[in-house]
Design a protein around this ligand. Structure first.
Ligand code: SAM
Length: 279
């Protein structure tokens, strides 16, 4: 059972909530870590921030106190009701805060966008859905200015991995296709209640305003990357056999005996563009 005192410290009311494992609930309690995350986000009064999984509001209160406009997306009905009550009530909360009780994986971010500024997306993400959540957000890359997330350290290392690294794979390539990746700092399990079994880390993802290596056909690109890494141990000429011939790969100056983890993002874009231009 975790508890915390409501937004305004004058309130003596305590909110009791049993962390739900199925919702990936590990609540931040370490004030030093919370401060470091807020410093990394550096929220400004004219920002439009979207927080994923506000939980008990550990980050939410600090984000709101910057004066930013904040949309928060929370799946857990009890937590959503509590946040709504404490942060949206007249006087305590404000009209800059909108809570969406929803599953982020099904949430359409587009209607939140305004013409004035791109969104900043932040959150201590539920680890059980972090990869699908990132893929979901990449769809909206053009509407997003930056993203600062807490994730499992292992996932952050995959996001930042370069070709040749052991943890380089589909997630690294698709993330680096859309974003610049900066691994910021590591967070130990003791910063959370309940404690996760693994280390966590903060990452900043900054979507490119203009994609540096655009694929002509995104569906084709995604398929090439997925197919290559489905059979990670195979050489390219075997894993991509149904999509491109060994001769075509050689024409692109790609060694057909390489394995998927030895190709760069630009190699994958090149392969995809060759396939899509031939169909
Ligand atoms: N931000 C809080 C903190 O740092 O203490 C809570 C972080 S906790 C790791 C993840 C939060 O995401 C929980 O509040 C959980 O209920 C919420 N959550 C889990 N699955 C979700 C989903 N599919 N959509 C939106 N929120 C979700």
């Amino acid at each position: 059972m975790s508890s915390f005192t409501t937004a305004d410290n004058s309130s003596t009311e305590k909110f009791q909530h049993k962390a739900r494992k199925r919702f990936g609930q590990n609540f931040l309690h370490d004030q030093n870590i919370i401060r470091r995350i807020i410093t990394a986000i550096n929220p400004q009064a004219d920002d439009h921030i979207v927080e994923i999984g506000p939980g008990q509001g550990a980050l939410t209160r600090h984000l709101l106190s910057s004066g930013a406009r904040l949309d928060a997306i929370e799946l857990d009905r009890d937590l959503a009701a509590h946040l709504q009550e404490t942060l949206q009530q007249p006087g305590a909360g404000n009209s800059r805060f909108t809570l969406h009780q929803a599953d982020v994986l099904k949430f359409d971010m587009a209607p939140l966008a305004t013409t004035e500024q791109r969104m900043r997306v932040v959150g201590n993400l539920p680890y059980n859905i972090s990869t699908p959540c990132l893929f979901h957000l990449f769809q909206y890359h053009a509407l997003i200015k930056d993203m600062v997330f807490m994730l499992q350290l292992e996932v952050v290392e995959r996001l930042a991995a370069q070709s040749g690294d052991d943890d380089y794979g589909r997630l690294s390539i698709m993330t680096q296709y859309y974003c610049q990746v900066e691994q910021l700092f590591t967070v130990p399990p003791g910063a959370f209640t309940p404690q996760p079994k693994v280390n966590s880390a903060i990452v900043r993802l900054t979507p490119y305003e203009t994609l540096p290596m655009p694929a002509h056909d995104l569906k084709c690109f995604r398929n090439v990357v997925r197919t290559a890494f489905n059979q990670r141990r195979k050489t390219l000429k075997n894993s991509l056999r149904g999509l491109i011939t060994a001769a075509q790969l050689t024409d692109l100056s790609i060694d057909v005996n390489k394995r998927p983890e030895n190709l760069s993002l630009s190699d994958y874009v090149l392969i995809s563009n060759t396939i899509s231009s031939a169909t």
